[in-house]
Design a protein around this ligand. Structure first.
Ligand code: ZN
Length: 133
């Protein structure tokens, strides 16, 4: 069901401030930034081999990332696992009674489709990603 770790999502106050570390100091490359207006978040994607780091900066003080940082501080927000077929994966998890945040997949960055599992089962927020075909 799982292909690989797609990306690791990190909640930060400022993407620009973090690029000093990831791009200048660690020598990684910025693939791009994207705003998901409906999710009140700006993202920066930094490929790391087969996987990526996804920096998440809130675009709204009421957004989910702003709320997360307010409660837990900046840091690890979620781990995303790539699946070949997100609808099939969600149906299988539902059958196994795994609690889900998203029953229906929604749009993620880079034209992916994503869905979050509920952290009460996984202890960390897990995201499923189906890459664009
Ligand atoms: Zn993500």
């Amino acid at each position: 069901m799982i292909i690989k770790v797609s990306h690791i999502g990190i909640a930060v106050n400022s993407i620009d401030a973090m690029l000093k570390l990831y791009i200048e100091a660690l020598g990684l490359k910025l693939a791009g930034t994207e705003v998901l207006a409906d999710q009140k978040v700006k993202t920066a994607i930094i490929p790391v081999g087969e996987s990526k780091i996804e920096l998440l900066e809130s675009t709204d003080p009421e957004g989910p990332i702003a709320k997360f940082i307010e409660k837990k501080g900046e840091g690890l927000h979620h781990i995303a696992l790539e699946v070949p077929d997100i609808r099939a994966a969600l149906a299988e998890l539902k059958k196994k009674n795994i609690p889900l945040i998203d029953i229906e997949p929604r749009r993620g960055v880079e034209n992916t489709t994503i869905a979050f599992l509920h952290p009460k089962e996984s202890k960390i927020l897990l995201e499923l990603v189906e890459a664009k075909k």
